[in-house]
Ligand binder design. Structure first.
Ligand code: ADP
Ligand code: MG
Length: 580
């Protein structure tokens, strides 16, 4: 028996309902508005009154309208076909829609029910299985998509039967499992999972021990992110958060990408729609969209749908991680998500925390970030969810609550600076403020020693020191004038400019420069540090400047040439002559 209720109060999307039975927090209900059923989520229960957040406009809703509680939380449907889909926060399929916006009370099926998938069984009758174990496989694009024992199954099961290899749609019963009580349970290719609960079904979650290559030098060389790691990109409007995230999406070493686009305005989301499907995967030459799911919403979508979107995106990542795949979750921007939380908590008239955000903002953000990670599955294979979110602090103020809370949760910090963006020094990641805590992990250091170069982390620290020294020199030159400082200040300043122009700056739109594999990053850092470690003597600072300017030019030309091509080698030779 479902609990029923009637509407007793309405404040915009926040509706109070008097219920005739038990109601749970985060439970889903449907409000009947003249035959249109609008989805809502319970966010507070006190006595027989439930406060529910409606996922849609409540215009026209009246006191006394009827409500039916579902007895389940907000769920996402998981199964083959999620990739290359574009959904809103409630997993409505936006590609089948005329516009980005659904009519009220309209919910679409997230998964194509007719499409036939080439199924190959993995398990066989008699096998003992538990939740998340692999029963079979279909090919989704060229990715192996595992059909698993549903995550909600508790205890041990025995495979009673499994269909032979063949073509089936997602609703076909592909296996029958017998539980400990001897009851038979059917399993299809889809399952549901509540978005706010992390998917378990793995043996352990070890510390990250390798990096995820992104092809972006400021990240990989200076502040690498671990596979299964977390990072965030705070930056004022127009500083390049979105361009940087798209670069990471395009080049990041991941099997599956989930992009949660919480846009400020509808046109940003439309950009995602139009731009993303065009992107070509530089590794395979195929459309990036084939291994991408986009979850998008705009500020004019109701607050609860916006709040749900990042959870939906994370749940989809966890699902693919359970198949032993490397997943990359990108959220742009998590500030919109935090604002949705704030709007909700304000309407609930909760005691507000800093800047009117909910008091538990930090806990909500850390909980979310902690869902990322590398896992060892029950069968010993590894899967990973790497998460990078952007934060758009109002006025670039990095002391605001969302940035501060995220800083506590994320292990990499890529601060975009207005000043660098103004000078067109892209990506505008500040080299000194930004950090990667993974560089301190012995596992990561060992990994870098082995895969990049022995003593790599010391080199990276050395480069950072040179940048710092150059910055200090620049400040002195600014105060005392070009003639007021010793020549070594000019040399130090130009050495840091060399690192800035050749390593830090990277043209996100150039086909060669935008993608810089780690081997090439190692070559360039070694080359640049080799130059910086030389002593240079100049009679006057003009000569110093012109020497370094032409050096920078040659090295930048190298960045634009195919690695180790004739052109590249020619520039390299000319650089060697210049510094000889
Ligand atoms: P944000 O998302 O922070 O508001 P965007 O990512 O949309 O900012 O970037 C704004 C503009 O800055 C871009 O349209 C582009 O012209 C420029 N830009 C940002 N990053 C780069 C880059 N790596 N290379 C070249 N131009 C860039
Ligand atoms: Mg943006």
């Amino acid at each position: 028996m479902k609990t029923k209720g009637i509407v007793t109060g309405i404040v915009s999307n926040l509706v109070t309902v008097k219920a005739d039975g038990p109601v749970a927090e985060n439970e889903i209900c449907f409000i009947d508005l003249a035959g249109v059923k609008m989805m809502a989520e319970v966010i507070k229960v006190s006595g027989d009154t439930a406060s529910v957040q409606v996922f849609e406009s409540t215009r026209g809703l009246r006191g006394g309208d009827s409500v039916e509680f579902e007895g389940r939380m907000l769920e996402v449907t998981l199964g083959p076909g999620l990739l290359s889909s574009v959904y809103d926060g409630l997993q409505n399929d936006l590609t089948t829609m005329e516009s980005v916006f659904l009519k009220r009370g309209e919910y679409t099926d997230p998964i194509n029910r007719e499409k036939l998938w080439d199924f190959t069984p993995i398990a066989k009758p008699g096998d003992k299985v538990i939740a998340a174990d692999w029963l079979g496989e279909v090919k989704e694009g060229w990715l192996p998509h595992k059909i698993m024992v549903p995550f909600s199954f508790k205890g041990g099961y025995t495979v009673k039967s499994i269909v032979p290899a063949g073509q089936y749609n997602v609703d076909t019963v592909i296996a029958v499992l017998t539980n400990a009580q001897g009851e038979d349970v059917p399993v299809t290719m889809t399952q549901k999972w509540p978005v706010k609960v992390a998917i378990k079904g793995y043996r352990e979650k070890p510390r990250p021990d390798r990096i995820m290559e992104t092809g972006v030098r400021v990240i990989d060389t200076l502040n690498p992110i671990a596979e299964g790691g977390t990072g965030f990109i705070p930056g004022p409007f127009g500083c390049g958060k979105t361009v940087l995230q798209h670069a990471i999406a395009k080049q990041g070493d991941a099997d599956v990408i989930v992009m949660a686009a919480c846009g400020e305005r509808a046109n940003e989301v439309v950009e995602i729609f139009t731009e993303f499907p065009e992107l070509i995967d530089p590794h395979t030459g195929r459309h990036l969209m084939e291994r991408t799911t986009i979850i998008c919403n705009t500020s004019n979508m109701p607050v609860a749908a916006r709040e749900a979107s990042v959870y939906t995106a994370m749940t989809i990542c966890e699902y693919y991680r359970a198949m032993g795949l490397k997943c990359l979750l990108l959220a742009d921007s998590t500030s919109r998500w935090a604002q949705a939380l704030r709007e909700m908590s304000n309407r609930m008239e909760e005691l507000p925390g800093a800047d009117a955000f909910p008091v538990d903002l930090s806990a909500i953000i850390s909980n979310f970030y902690s869902r990322a990670g590398t896992v060892v599955l029950n069968n010993g294979q590894r899967g990973a969810v790497t998460f990078i979110g952007t934060v758009s602090p109002a006025g670039g103020n990095l002391k605001e609550p969302v940035t501060e809370s995220t800083k506590k949760a994320a292990r990499c910090f890529y601060a975009l600076e207005q000043g660098r963006a103004d000078q067109k020094r892209y990506p505008a990641v500040g080299p000194l403020e930004s950090y990667s805590k993974y560089l301190d992990y012995p596992e990561i250091q060992a990994y870098l020693d082995k895969t990049v170069e022995e003593g790599w982390v010391e080199k990276v620290m050395h480069a950072k020191n040179l940048i710092r020294r150059g910055k200090e020199a620049a400040e002195q030159i600014n105060i005392l004038g070009d003639d007021g400082v010793p020549m070594s200040y000019h040399v130090n300043f130009w050495k840091s400019e060399l690192i800035d122009f050749v390593i830090l700056q990277q043209d996100g739109f150039d086909p060669v420069d935008s993608l810089c594999p780690i081997e090439r990053q190692r070559f360039m850092l070694d080359l640049v540090l080799g130059i910086c470690d030389k002593e240079f003597e100049f009679d006057d600072y003009e000569k110093c400047r012109s020497f370094f300017s032409s050096l920078i030019n040659e090295l930048r030309q190298m960045n634009y040439s195919e690695f180790k091509s004739e052109k590249f080698n020619a520039y390299n030779e000319s650089v060697k002559k210049m510094i000889a």
